[in-house]
Design a protein around this ligand. Structure first.
Ligand SMILES: *Cc1c(COP(=O)(O)O)cnc(C)c1O
Ligand code: SF4
Length: 451
């Protein structure tokens, strides 16, 4: 087999040092210094509340500074005034103009964050599994087959996305949940034979050293008590925020060998790549990262939300999916942006989301029609908008669960009243004058039971 780690590659792509800028270094970013002061002040205001972290590769190789502030990758990573509600923005702007103490800024920031629904969809209580009465904080086990694991060393990213639904864990310590317990992971997996999929997530697990990742994963290679875990997924945005992770970083080769070993041990390995725009997929180093990952026998699937101001056109999605298929990436999920953080800046009404999805799908070949959605990851499950139509004289959304908290709900169609002002599952009302959706009573009982 062709070694996936040949030296030729290293000659073409010299090593690059990872350099990152955070809130306090905003003004040190060279192209930012060329922007108007009003724009820079607005960025400082928003970055006092929401996470900000961006690395030099994103700044120099992905953002087109000629097109700022409209550039989609700029909006994906740099704070924009409208990401705060006007009242909140004004309060923070006034405070900053008054020469405040760090403590005053933190205090106001905490107040504003608390109004931005930091923990959507019962993340903190309902999904955290228990073992002998103890909460296992670094895991989520919501759907029977799949365990989400949040390694403690992977609770940040190479850059932060302005839309991220995990934003709350990137600011302030008390809000995080994670685990560094290798033994807890293996213990939980061993005692749950129904789990076939392990999903390593974060933040971004690819910020971790390969050596650390290996501590979690090598026991899967040969431990009989973990043989039921057939798939390992890595939720990551490193492919576009830091492709060097898979090409020239010191332990890049070691990482690829870990993938290879998992594949050879009979595991399905998938890199679940967060991809938001075709513009992220144009650099040679990105292509090389994709090529090298696939050379190990691992797959790459893609997922990402529909985002106003960034990718809310069918053409962008069609172009993105075509590019993915060309490179061997399988389009997987088309998400609706979650109801948290600066959602008002990114949200697209459900009927528009459905139109964009359908319009995009209709422009691509069957190979790209593997993208499922539009899907809302809500409390009761992943709800897909299957269509908009008229039934018995009433205009309705046709919905179904792609994943459900109770597996029995999966793929059962249900109907909601058509509503142009609906942005999320909570905004929807049952159609045909019914009082409740079929799953609602049972779901509410689950919520009450979890205390
Ligand atoms: C989406 C999701 C999964 C994975 O679902 P698949 O349909 O298998 O991709 C697992 N756990 C949670 C909490 C999720 O939101
Ligand atoms: S890479 Fe993923 S987890 Fe990290 S900020 Fe972006 S969306 Fe959030």
């Amino acid at each position: 087999m062709n070694q996936s780690t040949d030296l030729e590659t290293l000659q073409i792509y010299p090593q690059r040092r990872f350099k990152v800028y955070q809130h306090r270094q905003l003004d040190k970013i060279a192209p930012v210094q060329g922007l108007p002061e009003s724009l820079r002040f607005a960025m400082r205001v928003v970055a006092s509340v929401l996470p900000f972290r961006v690395n030099e590769y994103v700044i120099n190789d992905l953002i087109d500074w000629q097109r700022v502030p409209e550039d989609p990758i700029f909006r994906l990573t740099f704070p924009q005034a409208k990401m705060l509600r006007p009242a909140a923005f004004e309060r923070m702007a006034q405070l900053l103009r008054s020469g405040p103490s760090n403590e005053q800024v933190q205090q106001l920031a905490a107040q504003i964050r608390a109004q931005m629904n930091p923990h959507p969809a019962g993340q903190m209580s309902l999904n955290v599994p228990k073992q002998q009465g103890e909460s296992l904080d670094g895991m989520q086990h919501k759907y029977k087959e799949t365990l989400l694991f949040f390694p403690s060393q992977g609770q940040y990213c190479h850059s932060y996305c302005t839309f991220c639904f995990r934003w709350a864990q990137f600011v302030g310590r008390s809000l995080r949940f994670n685990s560094n317990d290798v033994a807890a992971l293996h213990g939980y997996l061993s005692s749950h034979p129904e789990i076939t999929d392990l999903l390593m997530t974060g933040g971004d697990p690819m910020v971790m050293r390969t050596e650390k990742l290996a501590q979690y994963l090598t026991p899967l290679l040969d431990s009989p008590s973990l043989a039921h875990v057939r798939s390992v997924r890595f939720g990551t945005k490193a492919l576009t925020y830091w492709p060097y992770r898979f090409v020239t970083d010191e332990d890049a080769d070691e990482l690829l060998r870990l993938f290879e070993r998992l594949v050879r041990a009979g595991k399905h390995v998938t890199v679940m790549a967060h991809l938001n725009h075709w513009r992220e997929m144009e650099t040679p180093i990105f292509e090389e990262a994709v090529r090298r990952i696939r050379a190990t026998g691992a797959n790459i699937r893609s997922q990402g939300p529909l985002l106003a101001n960034i990718n809310d056109s069918a053409e962008d999605w069609a172009q993105m999916w075509r590019r993915q298929v060309q490179l061997g990436i399988v389009p997987y999920y088309f998400f609706i942006e979650r109801d948290t953080g600066p959602k008002h800046y990114f949200e697209v009404p459900l009927h528009r989301a459905y139109e964009i999805y359908r319009d995009a799908i209709s422009q691509v070949s069957g190979l790209a029609r593997t993208a499922r959605g539009p899907s809302m990851s809500a409390g009761p499950g992943k709800v897909e908008i299957q269509g908009i139509c008229e039934v018995a004289g009433e205009k309705v959304f046709v919905l179904r669960f792609l994943q459900a908290r109770n597996p029995a709900w999966t793929y059962r169609p249900f109907f909601a009243r058509y509503d142009t002002q609906a942005y999320w599952l909570d905004d929807l009302k049952p159609a045909f004058g019914e009082a409740q959706f079929f799953w609602q009573q049972e779901y509410e009982a689950m919520c009450a039971g979890s205390g």
